[in-house]
Design a protein around this ligand. Structure first.
Ligand code: BTN
Length: 253
């Protein structure tokens, strides 16, 4: 089978199957820059132990897209976390470029991409700073439900095929790689502001009443903003609260 043609900034490692592309990428990244330069993209057609956020499994059958990008940004860990928003806006554009008109794509805080208000993709950012301010590498893991979706997910899910898109994993991979290159350049050259504003314009629930489920409590309020660290600003009872991690739900769900 011929390999997809990605822009030359990427070093594509294509695998039939692995446990988790994030784990493969981490093992490579630890070997150093010669083994895994910035832009190394590990793609597996199937994962047998795909990982999601909050310790969840990510079901990863053949037909879906599973990739992990090794990046070596020269920024503090705090700023490197912005890369999950870079990834989300890039995937939004990529899906827009390969979709039929008339589909609703939204971004959902912090790391989800929705199609017809159901989760179609998730992002898992990992790094290893070992106490240093600057991480040696950051791994951006991206899973897109192209052909399959879990029907027992905590948040309702869908796939591109279920919404009648006729695109392949390869189409999705190439479209994402192209738009990620563009957005990563914007981030490196102009900083987070344009990414942040673009993300907010595409976000579901902005300015509306939302519920945020934290580890031990559930908060309600108005989704007001996203700060420079990617935290959600929730406004309620005349006060603002900054939320670094949680899951957003909408009152109708
Ligand atoms: C989420 O929970 O929403 C994040 C899902 C991230 C899944 C991707 S698939 C490729 C990469 N490898 C993994 O094991 N996880 C990420």
């Amino acid at each position: 089978m011929s390999e997809p043609r990605l822009p030359s900034v990427y070093n594509l490692i294509s695998l039939e199957r692995c446990a988790s592309t994030n784990d493969e990428a981490r093992d490579l990244a630890r070997q150093g820059e010669d083994a895994a330069p910035d832009g190394t993209l590990v793609w597996a057609r199937e994962q047998t132990k795909g990982r999601g956020r909050r310790g969840r499994d990510w079901v990863s059958p053949p037909g879906n897209l599973h990739l992990s990008l090794i990046l070596r940004p020269e920024v503090p860990l705090r700023e490197a976390a912005q890369l999950s928003f870079v990834t989300a806006v890039a995937l939004y554009d990529a899906l827009g470029n390969i979709s039929e008109p008339g589909h609703q794509i939204h971004l959902k805080w912090p790391n989800d991409v929705l199609l017809q208000e159901k989760k179609v993709a998730g992002i898992l950012l990992e790094s290893e700073a070992g106490g240093a301010e600057f991480p040696e590498w950051v791994i951006v893991g991206l899973g897109v439900n192209v052909a399959h979706f879990p029907d027992d997910a905590a948040y309702p899910a869908t796939s591109l095929s279920a919404e009648h898109w006729t695109v392949t994993v390869e189409d999705t991979l190439v479209a994402f790689a192209r738009s990620f290159q563009r957005w990563a350049n914007i981030w490196v050259e102009e900083g987070f502001d344009k990414v942040r504003r673009t993300w907010l314009n595409r976000a579901i629930g902005k300015g509306k009443a939302i519920e945020v489920r934290l580890e031990n409590e559930t908060l309600t309020g108005n989704f007001k903003d996203l700060d420079d660290d990617g935290a959600l600003i929730l406004e309620g009872d005349g006060a603002e609260r900054r939320i670094a991690a949680g899951v957003v739900y909408f009152p109708d769900n």
